[in-house]
Design a protein. Structure first.
Length: 168
């Protein structure tokens, strides 16, 4: 995955619309399905938990299917990009202890994966207005820059390929 420039206002607007649509669909779908099943198959005890649960699960599955179906739609571009970015960053984060150890020993691929993680995290946190940890990120980036200078390595995140993580 390569980092791309994302318009924050457009991303926030589209994300809010997608979330709102999912909430409305989940609410309406759950109630509609469960109420229809309750009318068709009433329970003598008055407990309709299983019909309510079935309504929620069915609605959630339909929403998931719809989100996947419209994943390639231009309206979803920013939302899907951030979703994919979060998944890519999670894959790097799971390997971070090994990456840090390898970077200390001069492994260029480890430093490149860390650079991708730090750059991607910065973009993600700025898009989501999560600026609390940006100071920590600056410290981590400074440590990585020191390692890159020590081993005379130029880190270009355009060269990052997720396949290098298999090595760690």
């Amino acid at each position: 995955m390569q980092l791309q420039k994302i318009d924050k206002a457009r991303y926030r607007s589209h994300l809010n619309k997608v979330i709102f649509a999912c909430i409305i669909c989940l609410t309406a779908g759950s109630l509609g399905i469960s109420q229809t099943l309750i009318v068709l198959f009433p329970d003598q005890d008055g407990s309709h938990f299983h019909w309510n649960l079935l309504g929620v699960v069915t609605s959630a599955l339909v929403i998931g299917w719809l989100l996947n179906k419209f994943r390639a739609h231009p309206f979803m571009y920013e939302v899907v990009y951030v979703w994919d970015l979060k998944q890519a960053l999670n894959r790097v984060t799971r390997k971070m202890p090994k990456l840090k150890k390898a970077a200390q020993q001069g492994d260029v691929d480890a430093m490149l994966a860390m650079q991708f993680s730090y750059s991607g995290s910065k973009q993600l946190w700025e898009l989501d207005d999560n600026t609390i940890t940006l100071e920590d990120l600056g410290l981590w980036q400074a440590e990585l820059d020191t390692l890159a200078a020590k081993y005379q390595v130029t880190l270009d995140i355009q060269q990052y390929d997720e396949a290098i993580l298999k090595k760690f």
